[in-house]
Ligand binder design. Sequence first.
Ligand code: SF4
Length: 245
Amino acid sequence: MMAPSMRSARLALSAWRRIPGPPRDLVRARLLRLYRDLLRRFGPQGWWPGRTPFEIAVGAILTQHTAWSQAARAVAALRARGRLSARALAAAPEAVIAEAIRPAGTYRLKARRLRDFTAWLLARFGGRFEGMRRAALGPLRRELLAVPGLGPETVDAILLYAAGRPVFVADTYARRVLARHRLLAPGADYEAAREFVQTHLPSDPALFNEFHAVLVAVGKTYCRAVPRCAACPLRRDLRGRAPRL
Ligand code: SF4
């Protein structure tokens, strides 16, 4: 029997297919086919792990240039010290935060980033995420990008996974797969890739959430520096051509 989360993902996929889009948007059809094949292979990924939106945002900052397993240890250490709320984190001396998040690497820098983000969240939304869910998305994204140490990938992960906003996280894994399948121009940058996906797919946070997660899964499993196309669930999309490397 199909798991409930897989069933709801499939139902959502058939609903997206029915949403009217540009006539004969072949790119959209192809992206949804890639998504369907990845979902079938990997199943829903349950991203982003975190008990609260603030914890998810903290994780997004801590995992910069670090494996998630290390970032998760740092998140757990903050939780154990009772620092996983905006007010509790803002009240902690920076050295205390740095010591707690040591497993995440570059811990002094990340402690500063956590404090800068938290100060912004407190000043702008009283430390809560409800306001981030309602604010106009474009200006909100620009505000977050102005917080020191937050690049587009971190900002979009916070917007999508912590605030439930419809932005696609066009990270290295996603760009690599889409470029190898000739959907993106060679060397397309983060913004170009994000715009591309958002232009062609329905503006749905659940879709962007799961699509990003399964692209990471295929990137780690098959679409590595040397691609393993023969065993990959996306090989049919190449239609017998070699991936563009
Ligand atoms: S491994 Fe090959 S088939 Fe799979 S996503 Fe990468 S390029 Fe595509």
